[in-house]
Design a protein around this ligand. Sequence first.
Ligand SMILES: [Zn+2]
Length: 52
Amino acid sequence: MDIPDNATGSTPIHCSKCGAFLGEWGELQDDFYRQARGAEAFDLCNGNIIKK
Ligand SMILES: [Zn+2]
């Protein structure tokens, strides 16, 4: 994911691999931390959590 330093809850986030729109940062944070507690070990691609 490409997350701007100044991202807010409504900042649109795109996949760093394919450029797909993933959702707003606020929404993604909720999903992301619910599904994967080590943000560095996982990435989001096309709506799926993938292990690096
Ligand atoms: Zn992707």
